[in-house]
Design a protein around this ligand. Structure first.
Ligand code: SF4
Length: 686
């Protein structure tokens, strides 16, 4: 690692890694709704209507506000739309809606200068405010690079001066997929490039004494997005800045995938105490986004109260504080952990199945199911055929089932590992593929273990106990890590730091329990009981809690327990989290934009249509983008792209190369499949 990187790591990007503490930023005025400082984390979204459709945009904005949006963003692709923002604003105010409006600008400084006189905030993308994307690789000398910055300053300074004059705020919104050729040439497609892209504009603002700024670092890859925001905070702090952060994962997609991907990215940063406003970006109606953002954020307002006031005792166990371990220990040990680069924690491989270089394993609790019916195995990803008397495995078949003290009366799939409580395991006649789950005490006292895989459940605080000190270690040992703490992710992360300090390479299955007993951790039952609510909450909470650890490289397996939620949902949530953190790929990934006033086709219907024919192409990344202006850049690392390029016209991409331009929308999907086949990446659906 180079010295610069080490120097960066010795700074800080959050207040604490082991307990909840919000990183306080500068307060920024945006109309009547200030952001940052001690204000609540704000909720926002963006319209999808044509900005020239005044009534449509006003009505959609109202639906968004009613759903919980505190700011409404509207695209302004040219001066014409920028001017129409005045009419939209007038009609909203006339209907009693004072929501601050944000103009979204790409490529058009002249539209920004008009909009900044009308709305409360403008969003500029530093990757394309003053640069056209040509995908050129240019070797700039320092002098030439400086010359480029001066050219940008000349284009950007007028907008800053207008914002100062009109009291308009500005978001400098970097997107991973639309970095300028200049930044790409010097820093590459990296979090550091994303940060530098924004910092150049932020420094220009400060030169002009303008500080009404909000910053974002979005990517469709939660891993990259988390690293970029962390590095941004580190860099801001080093330069004496503390601007509020707008959190978002771009092109997250729809449904379960979109929710899980958003929660992994946004939730991880919220867990770090970062974030002043959240926009969840789904390929759904914009009013569907606010409830998801609200659900993500709500947990932290409760937690904040908790930290400020009396600490909640969870099952008689106070939240672990960092009194024994400096929260920044790993900053000083960059060889083991670097929050700006992904590196999986080093563990040994137990039973040639878990830990080491193996993908994270999935455990599913079936102990409360009807163990007389082989059909229940479908929830675990194994479809039983009574005719053939055999199971079919799929990409999302779990690796372990937990049966506690229950014995199934049918044969389980031949390759499926089973976990039993130790005392029950002792009594099993045939122990093939059966593994015991011990308490710490049981494991220390046990004379009868397996040489294959012994699982020991424990809580983070157990690492300081006498029992832990007398554990017999060998390579059959795997920990199942639970938590009772309100801020469970930090509690479990603390455990991993301690394991690293002690040099222990035991694989760890991270277990989280939701809502099955009030004293077993934060309950998802607190805020409603309907099934959709529970499903959505489980997806968001588990993706935040487990995703945040996986993004840090922690965890060799995951185990989600939520008795009130359909077991099938638990399985798909677990695999969805692994996919979103890119730690285990089990399905096609769709990078689909949320659509906006530039969109040239119905994104929701098109996404569903493409999904229906390609969802079996495990590991392929397909971008589905509404417009040719931003789409190709925003798809970032998609393998193939389906991009609107005119009315009923689609342009198809292989990586960043347009391979079929302006073809009819009616044939576009068949043509896309043809390209995938030509590349040898097609498989027939079973
Ligand atoms: S890619 Fe989608 S959301 Fe982005 S500008 Fe184009 S249509 Fe709008």
């Amino acid at each position: 690692m180079n010295t610069d990187a080490v120097k960066l790591l010795q700074g800080r990007y959050c207040n604490s890694l082991t307990e909840y503490s919000r990183f306080v930023t500068r307060e920024v005025n945006i109309g009547d709704v200030p952001m940052g400082g001690n204000n609540p984390i704000r909720i926002q979204s963006m319209t999808t209507t044509d900005t020239m459709d005044t009534i449509g945009t006003v009505e959609q904005s109202i639906r968004m506000v009613d759903a919980g949006c505190e700011y409404v963003r509207i695209t302004a692709p040219s001066i014409k739309e920028a001017k129409n923002l005045a009419e939209i604003k007038k009609q909203l105010r006339a209907r009693g809606y004072n929501v601050p409006l944000v103009a979204d600008i790409h490529f058009t400084p002249n539209a920004a200068e008009v909009a900044a006189r009308i709305v409360e905030k403008v969003r500029v993308n530093p990757g394309n405010y003053a640069d056209k994307k040509k995908f050129d690789q240019i070797d700039y000398t320092d002098l030439e690079y400086q010359g480029e910055l001066e050219r940008i300053y000349q284009k950007f300074a007028p907008l800053v001066n207008i914002c100062k004059e009109y009291g308009t705020a500005m978001r400098i919104g970097t997107n991973h997929g639309s970095l300028s050729d200049r930044i790409m040439s010097r820093y590459g497609d990296t979090p550091q490039g994303m940060v530098e892209s924004a910092m150049e504009f932020m420094r220009m603002c400060e030169t002009l004494n303008y500080y009404n700024l909000v910053i974002s670092m979005k990517s469709s890859n939660p891993q990259v997005m988390v690293q970029a925001y962390r590095l941004l905070v580190e860099t801001m702090v080093a330069e004496g800045m503390n601007y509020p952060l707008h959190l978002g994962v771009t092109e997250a997609g729809d449904g379960e995938d979109g929710r899980i991907k958003s929660a992994v990215g946004i939730g991880t940063l919220l867990e770090d105490g970062l974030g002043d406003t959240v926009r969840v970006s789904l390929t759904e109606e914009p009013e569907a986004e606010a409830p998801v953002a609200i659900e993500l954020v709500k947990r932290y307002s409760l937690r904040e109260k908790e930290v400020k006031g009396e600490r909640l005792k969870a099952k008689g166990n106070e939240i672990i504080t960092d009194k024994n371990l400096s929260p920044f220990t790993f900053h000083l040990s960059p060889q083991t952990h670097n929050p700006y680069e992904y590196k999986k924690r080093h563990t040994y491989e137990a039973n040639a199945f878990i830990g080491g270089h193996m993908v994270p394993r999935v455990v599913l609790d079936l102990s409360m199911k009807n163990l007389k019916d082989p059909g229940i195995m479908a929830d675990a990803g194994y479809i039983y055929s009574p005719l053939l008397d055999k199971y079919n495995m799929a990409e999302q078949s779990v690796d372990f089932v937990y049966l506690a003290d229950e014995l199934p009366s049918f044969n389980l799939p031949g390759n499926l590992k089973q976990i039993y409580n130790y005392q029950t395991w002792l009594k099993l006649v045939d122990k093939t593929l059966c593994h015991p789950l011990f308490t710490l005490k049981e494991y220390i006292g046990a004379t009868n273990k397996t040489s294959a895989l012994n699982l020991v459940k424990l809580f983070p605080e157990d690492i300081d106990s006498e029992e832990f000190g007398s554990l017999p270690f060998d390579n059959s040992l795997v920990f199942v890590l639970e938590t009772n703490a309100l801020h469970g992710m930090a509690d479990q992360r603390h455990f991993f730091f301690k394991m690293e300090e002690l040099g222990l390479e035991v694989p760890v299955i991270v277990k989280r329990s939701y809502g099955f007993e009030k004293d077993h951790g934060p309950s998802i039952m607190d805020h409603g009981r309907n099934t959709t609510d529970l499903t959505s909450k489980l997806q968001l909470y588990a993706a935040t809690d487990l995703g945040a650890l996986l993004v840090d490289g922690f965890g060799d397996g995951i185990w989600i327990e939520a008795p009130e939620v359909d077991t099938k949902v638990i399985t798909s949530t677990a695999f969805g989290i692994l996919q979103a953190t890119r730690s285990r790929i089990s399905k096609t990934e769709y990078i689909s934009c949320p659509s906006c006033g530039r969109t040239l086709f119905d994104l929701m219907i098109t996404t569903q249509m493409i999904r229906s024919r390609t969802s079996h192409l495990k590991g392929l990344k397909i971008g589905i983008m509404g417009c040719i202006v931003n789409g190709p850049g925003e798809m970032a690392d998609a393998d193939y792209g389906y991009v609107g390029s005119g009315t009923d016209k689609i342009t198809l991409y292989r990586g960043k190369e347009a391979v079929k331009k302006n073809i009819s929308a009616a044939n576009a999907l068949d043509e896309l499949i043809g390209i995938i086949k030509d590349d040898g990446n097609w498989v027939e659906q079973e």
